[in-house]
Design a protein around this ligand. Structure first.
Ligand code: PHE
Length: 477
């Protein structure tokens, strides 16, 4: 299986591939998790630690995924199966996680659309005065299951229309417009945010070097940084394997990996500069600074406080987050679609891509409807394990997030790195990286990291995620 399968399609250019992969990496995590984690875990020191982990752990995993994907030129399941007979089943974990994540990612995307619509109504003066607070708007949205389901449907319809077009004419084309647009919108929001009164406090919260959290509990900070890094880079999700399988042999995997990591980190830092000053300007330390509440309560209040221009910035901001969600969602969906397209091809049937995309999107819609109806636990829906009182059982979103982000993703990444290091062997990765004459000067570094550093850190990340999502009370100093 050494040849590439051109009938499946390919990226039109390396830039298109890069924008799509950065689009897959840049998502809600960059906007609502990174800035706060950075501020709460040591500021500038956390950023440095994050970058070190990105190079020691993120880079080796990413380059391995790209190389295996490109070498086999097939879906993530077939890729892992052909890399190892015994560990091939790990590929199924990399299909399960995207499917579960999509159940709530689609709903969060839908919420962004509802907030765009809300701000459009406010801009046009159609919203009732006095305007509802962010908290009221949010709870009104959560307890309106009909519109949540409708917008979820709309979100998945958009994804369907993009992915149906294929790798080059669908996914690449959307990212080539969407990612630069996202970047420009982010710059516009930053300019507004840093000129708000009180902005300095938010910037200080994020950047001020604060070594105390590291001294208090270094392992905990390390697990937090590692977890954020590997979620943010969308590793062990089949995405990088899948996108890599459509990449031309002559492109440099080393350079691409580094550019993806740097761009993702840059956007995360920029998102912090856009979001935290605004949140602090309004709410001070007491406001909600992370997660859905930051996005849909605190920031909506910030837009209200801006007066006449508020709704305009609101539209800009929620549109930006929406693009970030769409470009991640289409990557997740393509992991599943590629599996079915390749299976048809390998069985010598002619794949009907639009039909397969439609079926996959319908299956996602089915699980997303449950999350949408649940409205973050607001609507009295039955929730698995609710009686245990565990944090993961407070809503369907938490439940799905916990199986995927808490368990399947870090476990998949750990197993995958062990497989690359000891079964596939680093030299196989090198052979693919250098196949068309590209150099791999960092090979010894890569080989060392993937064998010794990555597994250790991934065990820690797994424990950290289990701890966070299941409330185990580990690491308490
Ligand atoms: N990387 C995305 C983020 O930072 C989230 C994500 C994870 C998307 C895994 C797809 C797959 O928000």
């Amino acid at each position: 299986m050494e040849h590439q399968h051109h009938s499946r399609g390919q990226w039109g250019s390396n830039l298109g591939f890069l924008l799509a992969t950065v689009g897959a990496a840049v998502g809600l995590g960059n906007i609502w998790a990174f800035p706060y984690k950075m501020g709460a875990n040591g500021g500038f020191a956390f950023l440095i630690l994050y970058l070190i982990l990105a190079i020691l752990v993120g880079f080796p995993i990413m380059i391995s995924e790209l190389a295996m994907g490109r070498k086999v030129g097939r879906s993530v399941v077939v890729t892992y199966q052909s890399m190892s007979k015994r560990f091939g089943w790990i590929g199924w974990l990399a299909m399960l996680s995207p499917f579960l994540i999509l159940s709530f990612y689609s709903v969060l995307g839908a919420y962004c659309m509802e907030y765009v619509a809300l701000n459009v109504r406010e801009l046009l003066g159609l919203a009732e005065l006095p305007l509802a607070s962010g908290a009221d708007s949010f709870s009104a949205m959560l307890t309106d299951p009909a519109s949540s389901v409708l917008y979820t449907l709309l979100f998945l319809l958009i994804c369907f229309l993009i992915i149906r077009g294929g790798i080059k004419d669908g996914i690449e084309r959307f990212n080539t417009v969407g990612m630069p647009a996202l970047f420009i919108m982010l710059l516009a929001v930053i300019v507004r945010a840093v000129t708000l009164p009180g902005a300095a406090e938010g910037l200080a919260f994020m950047f001020r070097p604060n070594l105390q959290p590291l001294r208090d509990n270094f392992i905990k900070v390390l697990a937090a940084a590692g977890g954020q890094m590997f979620f943010s880079l969308s590793l062990a999700m089949g995405i990088t394997v899948t996108y890599g399988s459509y990449l031309n042999r002559k492109e440099s995997l080393v350079r691409n990996s580094l550019l993806i990591i740097l761009s993702d980190t840059l956007v995360a830092v920029m998102a912090g500069i856009a979001v935290l000053p605004a949140a602090f300007a309004l709410g001070g330390e007491g406001a909600n600074m992370a997660g859905p509440k930051l996005l849909f309560i605190t920031l909506q209040d910030v837009f209200h406080s801006m007066g006449a221009s508020g709704p305009l910035f609101g539209i800009l901001f929620y549109l930006l987050v929406l693009i970030a969600a769409v470009t991640s969602a289409i990557a997740l969906i393509e992991v599943l679609v590629t599996f079915f397209v390749d299976r048809a091809e390998m069985e010598h049937r002619k794949p009907n891509r639009p039909r397969l995309v439609g079926i996959v999107c319908l299956a996602i819609l089915a699980e997303a409807v449950v999350v949408a109806l649940d409205g973050l636990g607001s609507n009295g829906l039955w929730i698995p394990f609710a009686s245990t009182g565990r944090p993961f059982a407070s809503s369907w979103l938490d439940f799905m997030g916990c199986i995927s982000e808490g368990l399947a993703m870090p476990l998949g990444a750990l197993l995958m790195s062990v497989m690359v290091a000891w079964v596939v062997k680093p030299s196989a990765i090198r052979d693919e990286v250098t196949r068309e004459g590209n150099s791999f000067q960092s090979y010894r570094f890569f080989s060392f990291c993937i064998r010794f550093v990555v597994p250790v850190i991934m065990v820690l990340v797994l424990l950290g995620q289990l701890n966070e999502f299941f409330g185990l009370g580990l690491f308490s100093a």
